[in-house]
Design a protein around this ligand. Structure first.
Ligand code: SF4
Length: 484
């Protein structure tokens, strides 16, 4: 396929660290099986645009054109990788798409998704959000038997397992069920075969996946906002452990195993998902408002103005304001045109880079006692810069309230904090962090409070990064394998 000519390679760009207080979701997935003659690549492109917040490193689309799978994937945003000419080359009746973020995988083109292969039973494309914790062990076993891998990704491992099992199975679904018996971890997967689209969610439902409809056609997406973006209608969530098979005949569901306790990643509500998405029946916006409301009850403060750190802290700030009666205002501005990566500046320009990302509206801040709401603190460096900006703009006091508990433990399920050492709260008390970032007071929402924020949810939640209790046992050698 055509590789777009880019002015800069990915080794020329790097994360400036100005967004380094945020966690980064690994990926977003999308699939469309059209039974209505839609422009599938165009609709997939727009849906990936809607999922771009889940990954900005690379993007890819694979399309099935009458049984032949064609694809294009590259580093960059959807708007950079695809144009009209490229989308014209990707005509077909069904498609899957993927957006990806990976800190450790930066520059590894072989890890781009979807992974597309030819094998004994035809062609297959697969895109994945999540992380397989026993990937190293499974990969090693396959290599002992002569398997060759071109990448370090879990996705290639899964494709390898499915294609092997497919040789002795009567259908791709059967091969997928066998693969699911082998793999442990978080996964929301979309698969494109020569005649079907298949969606899979791990037995704990750690990563989200939902089903939508567009006329007589079916959609699968990480978040409902991608269904809304193309005028579709949300139907339901894919259940934990469910395989959804979409073909010309419609949608068929296979529930693979006795459901284990569901453990959706609670960070989907805190930060990852878009506020206009509904995940497992709960509005993300509403959950964030509730988190702010509970934060105001747990940790009240005398102040003149509530502001949110955009974008993740804004909804919780509104909730805090409603509960406390302190007026809400827009004291911080985020430049929406700054991506996660910049052309490498020299040291002198680093601080300028930070100011480009956030700026203070002095008129709102000056002379006031500010309560600032953010969704989380990961490393603390950006928070410290923002606090300093507020004080420089004349804030009398800055009180920080965080709408989640301290992030103390690494995540093994597809979020890019893999080492506890990176986390400001791992070995510091709240008062030590308060001192480090220069706030007048600091308080976090309790875990008990947080778990009440997805109001009406029928699901349990993974809270591993807050309490070190993970839904799946983490193999000791997990960190030795680059599973990104
Ligand atoms: S450890 Fe934290 S970030 Fe990772 S899946 Fe669990 S709740 Fe989400």
């Amino acid at each position: 396929m055509i590789i777009m000519d880019r002015k800069y390679s990915f080794s020329d760009v790097y994360n400036t660290g100005i967004d380094d207080d945020k966690l980064h979701e690994e990926c977003g997935v999308f699939a469309l099986f059209s039974r209505d003659n839609h422009d599938v690549s165009g609709l997939t492109y727009y849906s990936l645009y809607a999922l771009q917040h889940r990954g900005q490193e690379s993007v890819g689309i694979a399309v099935n054109d009458n049984g032949t799978i064609v694809y294009h994937k590259d580093m960059g945003l959807a708007s950079e990788v695809f144009d009209n000419v490229m989308l014209e080359h990707l005509k077909g009746q069904m498609a899957i798409g993927h957006v990806r973020y990976s800190a450790s995988g930066a520059g590894k083109r072989e890890n781009l998704q979807p992974v597309v292969v030819k094998y004994k039973r035809g062609q297959l494309a697969l895109a994945h959000n999540g992380s397989i914790v026993n990937a190293a062990e499974l990969r090693s076993k396959l290599e002992e038997n002569g398997a060759i891998f071109q990448s370090t990704s879990d996705t290639e491992l899964m494709v390898n397992l499915i294609s092997r099992y497919r040789v002795t199975s009567s259908s791709t679904e059967e091969a997928i069920q066998k693969m699911m018996n082998d793999i442990q971890g978080s996964y929301a997967i979309v698969v494109l075969t020569t005649n079907k689209v298949i969606g899979i969610r791990d037995p704990h439902g750690i990563r989200p996946l939902c089903i939508g409809k567009l006329d007589n056609s079916f959609i699968l997406a990480s978040e409902s906002c991608a269904i809304d973006a193309i005028g579709g209608e949300f139907v339901r969530n894919v259940n934990p452990g469910e395989i959804v098979v979409i073909s010309r005949d419609g949608l068929q569901s296979i529930q693979t195993e006795v459901p284990v306790e569901s453990k959706l990643c609670i960070f989907e509500y805190i930060y990852f998902a878009r506020p206009d998405s509904v995940i497992d029946g709960v509005s993300v916006h509403r959950a964030r408002i509730e988190a702010g409301r509970r934060l105001a009850i747990e940790h009240p403060v005398d102040a003149d103005l509530v502001i949110g750190v955009p974008d993740g802290g804004t909804d919780a700030a509104i909730g805090f304001s409603r509960e406390s009666g302190i007026p809400f205002g827009y004291g911080l501005l985020k430049n929406k045109y700054v991506g996660r990566t910049f052309i490498q500046p020299n040291q002198a320009l680093r601080e300028v880079g930070a100011k480009i990302k956030y700026n203070v509206i002095r008129d709102e801040i000056e002379g006031k006692r500010i309560v600032m709401i953010d969704d989380s603190i990961v490393r603390g460096t950006t928070t410290r810069r923002i606090v300093q900006m507020l004080k420089n703009a004349g804030a009398k006091e800055v009180h920080l309230r965080i709408s989640s508990p301290p992030f103390r433990y690494p995540c093994y399920f597809g979020v890019d904090v893999s080492s506890g050492k990176e986390l400001v709260a791992a070995e510091r008390s709240v008062s030590e962090i308060n001192e480090m970032i220069g706030t007048d007071s600091l308080a976090y929402l309790s875990l008990e409070g947080l778990l009440k924020t997805p109001i009406g949810s029928a699901f349990g939640f993974c809270t591993g990064c807050f309490n070190g209790k993970y839904p799946i046992e983490i193999p000791k050698n997990e960190n030795e394998f680059d599973n990104k």
